[in-house]
Ligand binder design. Sequence first.
Ligand SMILES: Cc1cc2nc3c(=O)[nH]c(=O)nc-3n(C[C@H](O)[C@H](O)[C@H](O)COP(=O)(O)OP(=O)(O)OC[C@H]3O[C@@H](n4cnc5c(N)ncnc54)[C@H](O)[C@@H]3O)c2cc1C
Length: 332
Amino acid sequence: MKKKKLVIIGAGLSGLFSAVLLQERYDVTILEARDRTGGRIMGIEGHDMGPSWVWSHQKNILNLIETLGLVLFSQHTEGLATYDAPEGVQHFRPSQTHPSFRIQGGISQMVKALEKRLENPVHLHEKVCSLTQTNEVIMVQTADKTYEAEKVISTLPPRLALESIEYSPVLPEALHEKLQKIPTWMGYAAKCVIVYPDAFWREEGLSGFAISHLGPLSEIHDACTQDKAALFGFVHSHAKYENLEAEIIHQLTRLYGSKAAHPSNFYLVDWKKEPYTSTSLDAMPLREHPKYGFSATTFGGRLIFSGTESAYREGGYLDGAVTAALDLVKHF
Ligand SMILES: Cc1cc2nc3c(=O)[nH]c(=O)nc-3n(C[C@H](O)[C@H](O)[C@H](O)COP(=O)(O)OP(=O)(O)OC[C@H]3O[C@@H](n4cnc5c(N)ncnc54)[C@H](O)[C@@H]3O)c2cc1C
């Protein structure tokens, strides 16, 4: 029997996993605006520029990682942590926290492994700009193509789904208001990875973890991969962007000593400026992790809003993206 057509908007973790789960029953087309897959998952030379961690209570993502045959390792936390205080640099032994884990080769390995399982390759450079409901189908419009589908799943952060796509007929006001209130998780973040010839901080008994109110980095962690030494940091929301790289290296030298002055590479991704992740409403940091989770369909049940922000459990996280796909499939 001929399969019905399903369009998935977005080739992030949620879109890719939803496609893998539904492709047996549907003829799935994934439309992705960027020139790459992964969405908020992004790797440069094996370094995670988006998410890095999963945690042991996140069963759905852990199951997926295992199914895909990927290998986890523990986030390096051995040694003293550093506090970049106004009175001077201090060291302390942090209390035991909830341990986190990383994927060997980077989180992007998960994206590659999922893509290999797809029956139909992802259509890149295909920014969806409008959705129109007719009597029998939904018309999905990109810059120069129109796709017809029985059903459409949007995996965009809800605010982005409102800001970047035109809907005909227009979305019900209550739905619009509901989606507008949902912040894009990490849409405000800027993350940098600083690569070094060796992990000199470990040799000096430091874990690499540091917190700072002085900046420009507010939080720093060890980010060594299997074959490269690295630190990563989140840029403070008050940081000035002129000479940012030099200021960061200056801060790292203050915290970890003169060897920090000579990185072999420096990578920065400012997610606020990523038009396929963040919206103008997402630029400011959130005070706490939002209470995510929503269920929204429209166009007579043909258009379903999904993605990590829709997950009631672990919404915002990678686990939420996987949970959203699993929950969605139950209702198909
Ligand atoms: C800096 C940073 C650090 C993070 N750290 C962690 C962490 O350590 N652990 C953790 O669990 N989570 C973390 N996260 C969150 C995690 O990245 C997300 O939960 C997850 O990647 C979301 O996946 P998704 O598929 O729901 O959404 P997305 O990855 O945002 O996917 C949406 C997709 O839609 C595409 N798109 C957008 N507009 C259009 C359009 N008009 N047409 C077609 N396609 C479009 C986008 O390009 C993207 O590929 C972090 C995120 C960031 C940015």
